[in-house]
Unconditional design. Sequence first.
Length: 154
Amino acid sequence: MSANRRKLLAYIIFPLAVGGISGFLTRNSMNMYTSLNRPPLSPPGWVFPLVWTILYLLMGISSYLIASSSSPKKREALLLYAVQLLLNFIWSPIFFGLRNYLLAFLVLLLLWYAIYKMIRSFFPINSTAALLQIPYLLWVTFAGYLNLAIVFLN
């Protein structure tokens, strides 16, 4: 396997591992989720791991494209990537573990902003990397709707 393929694989595995650890820490979350009063448009539980796996794959590819660039701005862009990944990681334990839906929503707002800033920082470096993050921003927007509705319904 070439060095570039190994590097790409490492960049893909990293966000998948972060998501996997967060999922492991909240492994009984679907039982709790189904017991909540949920808003209209709430997807069934099986949708979440499928969507997140796709989004983590896209994050990995995007971060690889940025890391592989020669842009002097890639360090700042990757820092924003790391910040959003950290916020992404802590949301699940706050929402599912602590059941603090309001705090989770506030973290989600910070996450949304961090993703937006990340996309803006990615765009001048590699527009494909930025565009690959649009589904993530849209999903987190939808997750914000679900989270805020859960705050009010529970």
